[in-house]
Ligand binder design. Structure first.
Ligand code: SF4
Length: 362
């Protein structure tokens, strides 16, 4: 008998340490992760009396239903999942095809319902914050993508709604489940952050082989604070120090994300300043440029292609390795938070905690 009557849904991410050693535990594990059973009634391999005992003890198996899904012409599919408390979260499946069909499938997953950090360019930030996601709510996004595409998820990026470092406990629990149970390699998982004080160090101490992606968006503190308001509590110098130490501790290079906003942070001088900043960070980094994906109600604009190229050239001339992220699913409200905002204008129900930015990690 399983030890405590928490919902079996959460069993998706529990360690099953004791139970897995037993025959029954192995059966439950296979039912959940291999057969992908969604109801206890589907546990056909276990005796009826055992199923009834699980139901009687209040255990549940299930998934959050898909509330809405849209697919862009390039196959990118954005899904809204409706959680038990009626909140909506976004998760995105991004396929990369070769001649034989999809060769890579990336799940871009959320870690919070909304986000308290309110980065100025972000649709999620504009939609407010409701709560952290539980680990099983993070994992089930990957399962939903696999079911939608009928294909294994090969890569996971924590770049959907929310700041993963503000929900680090659940993110780490989900990370473990994705790696151990869904067999997604640690190196195929990216955890993204705009920077929350004292959390990069904490993450580094787990010595994961996953990529840390730090959303920089500006080469200096002053400009960064106008784009990422939460940067006020985490000076750029301290952030870069933590990134350097992350690389030293894990051996994994840090990916710096930089959203290019036309006329704001996309000048050649910004690229030069960025190169200088990165040179202080040692050698373990890569820059990922993201030409801004316009959202409704924002004054920011996407830079012209030649401006993006000039930025790339300026970085490469200073020996910075750089790539430009291809914009996927532009016609499917692809910027994080956009689709959720269409369907849930106000995520802050009366029972919600404060919507004020809170930089204390969970
Ligand atoms: S960019 Fe990320 S951290 Fe910033 S408001 Fe959006 S979801 Fe939050």
């Amino acid at each position: 008998m399983l030890p405590c009557p928490i919902p079996l849904l959460r069993l998706l991410v529990l360690r099953l340490t004791v139970a897995r050693q037993s025959y029954r535990g192995k059966q439950l594990h296979d039912l959940l992760y291999k057969s992908r059973a969604k109801q206890i009634q589907e546990f056909s391999h276990v005796p009826k009396v055992f199923r009834e005992a699980l139901v009687g003890a209040g255990w549940k198996v299930g998934r959050s239903p898909v509330h809405h899904a849209v697919t862009a012409s390039d196959g990118t599919t954005k899904i809204l999942l409706k959680l038990e408390d009626n909140r909506l979260i976004e998760t995105v499946g991004i396929p990369v095809d070769d001649d034989k069909g999809p060769s890579r499938l990336t799940a871009c997953i959320s870690s919070q319902v909304g986000c308290p950090l309110r980065c100025s360019f972000c649709a999620t930030g504009k939609g407010g914050f409701a709560r952290n996601l539980h680990a099983h709510e993070i994992v089930e996004q990957v399962l939903a993508i696999e079911e939608t595409f009928q294909h294994r998820v090969t890569n996971v990026v924590f770049m959907g709604m929310g700041e993963p470092m503000l929900n680090l406990k659940s993110v780490l629990e989900a990370h473990r489940c994705l790696n151990k149970e869904l067999k997604i390699g640690q190196r195929m998982i990216t955890i993204s952050t705009v920077g929350v004080p004292n959390t990069i160090k904490k993450l580094a101490s787990h010595k994961l082989q996953s990529t840390l992606a730090v959303s920089l968006h500006a080469p200096n503190q002053k400009l960064r604070e106008t784009i990422v308001p939460s940067a006020k509590s985490y000076p750029l110098e301290a952030l870069m120090d933590d990134c350097k130490n992350y690389f030293l501790e894990t051996g994994r290079r840090v990916s710096f994300e930089y959203t290019l906003l036309a006329g704001i942070n996309d000048a050649k001088e910004h690229a030069e300043e960025l190169a200088e900043l990165l040179h202080t960070c040692g050698g373990g980094y890569h820059v990922n440029l993201i030409p801004y994906n316009p959202i409704r109600g924002s004054e920011y604009k996407r830079p012209y292609r030649k401006v993006v190229q000039a930025f790339v050239d300026a970085l490469e001339a200073r020996k910075i390795t750089v790539s430009v992220r291809q914009t996927r699913g532009l016609d499917a409200n692809a910027a994080c938070g956009q689709l959720r905002n269409e369907f849930q204008k106000n995520p802050l129900l009366e029972s919600s905690p404060s919507s004020e930015p809170n930089l204390v990690p969970a």
